[in-house]
Design a protein around this ligand. Structure first.
Ligand code: ACO
Length: 430
């Protein structure tokens, strides 16, 4: 038997609301009939307390620092899995058997080419265009080539569109880098794994093949796994909202890419490294920046710190801090930005301002340093995030369409503007 909550309203109305319990014992009050039965709506800026859906993809406990994809702890996936296997898990709900994994992987490899005409699109962008704009525009353009993609896709259609998206986005990302670097595009290769193929498209040039370093391939696998989904964040919610109008999966994911770009969301990884570089150029002292972050009159925030849901360590940041340290050691690189990041983290974690507000480093705090080590340029950092997040966006889009309770997303508002008044012709206005 389910619990109920009783709502008593100032006008004397009362309403019994069903209390739902999730599989991890989280509680939610179902208010779906509130307005139709009472005329009231709820008001929740930034959706801080609002669940937009029931979901079985990702579980996140921000108080305890827990993250699980389809029940599997992120630490176990990071240790044992590959990005393509995690993509399968997120989209299909279960880890694949060997044959299923091979088929899924082959299918993705087989879709990595983009239509030759799309190459010309890159010429239309200015050399300085941010790769996130190019990425979103190109992903949106895929709808023009696969016109059959619909907002009511059958499972079979969605399987093909998912493979196309996961595969082609890495080709598009690498081409957009080549465009900005003024180098010829490098076509995808079927014989390479997903991460190897991406690195080859990014870094090989006609004059010199790219020498694959297994440490770098493994670091990239890990980064993409850690980014693969994060429940109902800003970009995932955008994908769901856009998809709820029955826009196709390419259009929905293209919108998610733009939502991700913002500096308070996925754009933070670029901002973190910019911040660390500024500190370095400023002499390396961190106290000025800690004070600026604490000053309520300053717009400055410690980038890569604080999260809407995590009020404890982001488990992804823990994994990445160790990887960052070991990767740099293995490659014999001494990056002064890592030293600054470690000192910033330690200082902030012992400072009352950050302790009281439960501000911890998030995944973005260390990703940038790893990207730099791999050779990824600063303005491509958020593109890398998008590459990793595609399976999550597809899984969210798919789950939404399979949910019989799903409706077009259409929030309400509390109107606080001008009440009704008569039109006054321009000549008579004071
Ligand atoms: N530096 C300094 N102070 C901070 C920071 C920070 N990074 N983050 C939050 N605060 C402070 C706020 O000023 C506020 O203080 P107050 O209560 O005295 O006014 C308090 O902590 C709560 O912050 P909110 O902005 O209300 O929290 P919210 O949940 O809305 O924001 C957000 C979360 C946007 C991530 C915020 O922590 C932030 O701006 N962080 C820096 C940007 C960043 O790293 N974003 C990446 C997030 S992870 C991701 O999307 C992949």
């Amino acid at each position: 038997m389910s619990d109920t909550a009783k709502l008593l309203l100032p006008d004397g109305q009362s309403l019994d609301l069903q209390v739902l319990t999730g599989t991890e014992k989280e509680k939610a009050i179902d208010i779906s009939e509130l307005r139709s039965k009472t005329g009231y709506i709820t008001l929740d800026p930034g959706f801080v307390n609002t669940g937009s859906c029931e979901s079985g993809i990702t579980y996140l406990d921000g108080e305890k620092g827990v993250l699980q994809f389809r029940g599997y702890p992120i630490e176990e996936l990071a240790e044992n899995s590959t990005f393509i296997e995690v993509a399968y898990l997120l989209i299909n709900g279960e880890l694949p058997k060997k044959e299923q994994l091979n088929n899924f992987s082959d299918r993705i490899n087989g879709h990595a080419m983009i239509h030759e005409d799309m190459r010309h699109f890159f010429e239309g962008f200015s050399q300085n265009a941010h790769p996130m704009v190019i990425l979103s525009a190109m992903v949106s353009s895929l709808s023009a080539y696969y016109a059959e993609a619909s907002g009511r896709a059958s499972l079979e259609e969605l399987e093909i569109n998912s493979a196309r998206l996961i595969a082609k986005i890495s080709t598009i990302a690498a081409f957009s880098y080549k465009k900005s670097a003024g180098q010829p595009f490098v076509y995808p290769r079927d014989d390479l794994s997903y991460c190897e193929n991406f690195l080859n498209m990014m870094f090989s040039v006609p004059a010199e093949p790219y020498e694959m370093n297994p440490e770098i391939v493994q670091a990239l696998e890990l980064l993409l796994i850690l980014h693969a989904d994060h429940e109902q964040n800003c970009s995932a919610s955008t994908v769901r909202v856009v998809g709820s109008s029955r826009a196709n999966v390419y259009a929905s994911v293209a919108s998610g890419i733009l939502a991700l770009w913002g500096p308070l969301h996925g754009g933070a990884n670029q901002q973190v490294v910019q911040m660390l570089q500024n500190i370095l150029e400023d002499g390396g002292g961190i106290s000025k920046y800690i004070e600026m972050a604490k000053n309520q009159n300053s717009e400055f925030r410690l980038m890569g710190f604080g999260h809407r849901v995590y009020k404890n360590f982001d488990p992804r940041a823990r994994i990445l801090k160790n990887t960052c340290d070991s990767l740099l050691k293995k490659l014999g690189i001494n990056d002064p930005l890592l030293e600054i990041a470690i000192e910033l983290e330690a200082t902030a974690l012992n400072d009352d301002y950050f302790i009281e507000r439960k501000l911890y480093p998030t995944l973005d705090f260390y990703t940038g340093i790893i990207y730099r080590t791999i050779g990824i340029p600063l303005n491509m950092f958020t593109v890398m995030f998008a590459l990793g997040r595609v399976p999550g966006w597809i899984a969210q889009w798919k789950e939404m369409h399979e949910d019989p309770k799903q409706k077009i997303a259409r929030p309400r508002q509390l109107f606080t503007g001008q009440t009704k008044r008569g039109f006054v012709p321009a000549v008579e206005r004071n």
